[in-house]
Write a protein that binds this ligand. Sequence first.
Ligand SMILES: [Cu+2]
Length: 309
Amino acid sequence: MSIKLEVGRRDFLRGASLALLSAAAKGKSWAQSPSGLPPADLRLEIAPLKLEIAPGKIIHTVAYNGRVPGPLIRWPEGKPILIDVVNHADVPEIVHWHGQWISSDQDGASEEGSPMIPVGETQRYSFTPRPAGFRWYHTHTYAGHDLKRGAYTGQFGCFYIEPKHSPGSYDQEIFLTLHDWNAYMGGGGDASMDAFYDYATINDRMLGHAEPIKVREGQRVLFHVLNASATATHWLALAGHEFTVVGMDGNEVPSPAKVKAVRLAPGSAAPSFQSATVSAAPMASVAPGVTISAKTGASHWAENPVTIS
Ligand SMILES: [Cu+2]
């Protein structure tokens, strides 16, 4: 992998133990002494990251666990989860569990009552993920005028709550996240200002620089696609193939529809349930050796993203 962490492991550990001590001393996030706490199911470390999205193209951002997207959280419906989030960024942070029905103190939106995580400290989130479906998590800090903060960073990841009754069985299930990098303000067509970006990625790579997704003839592939861009809408197509859209906003649709392209609005940091997630199954009958490529970028969705090898 071409990901480099700016914070070494020793720093992580030291920061984490200091955070535990200070949080315990203030009686803030921890009801018991650190040693008496049950272990978390997942630990998210927020830290600066140099992300190589193509050879020599380095994005300076902030991410979870040294990767973009953050780790996939795949969790059974109805099972409680404990997540520790450690903030190694240089500003207070917070993680929002998008689209979930959980209490406002755990939801990760400061305006709704969840605490910000001070620099160097750890916050434990405890909730039972629901409803089932494709959700995601992301920073809920306010970027303001700083287009290197908040939703403009690499702080996002997929959170799949496995339904108790799973409809359909798939040969492959693939999670793709779309993001745009190095935002700047430019003039819009109607004389307004708008955010533009230098680069776009699927997961952590630009068009032409990712490993292709390989499928075999007759396979049924379920894609979970998240548009984690701060502002940009994206179109997704696999040239020569059709998608059957089985979910929107992470929820099953009553009647799946076949489409040639999917429009994905950006998942905003607004504390609403409108998100940009879609689950789509391409029902194309693919020929032997066909490779559906994940190499694509923002303005290239419609540009032949399927390669035949
Ligand atoms: Cu959200």
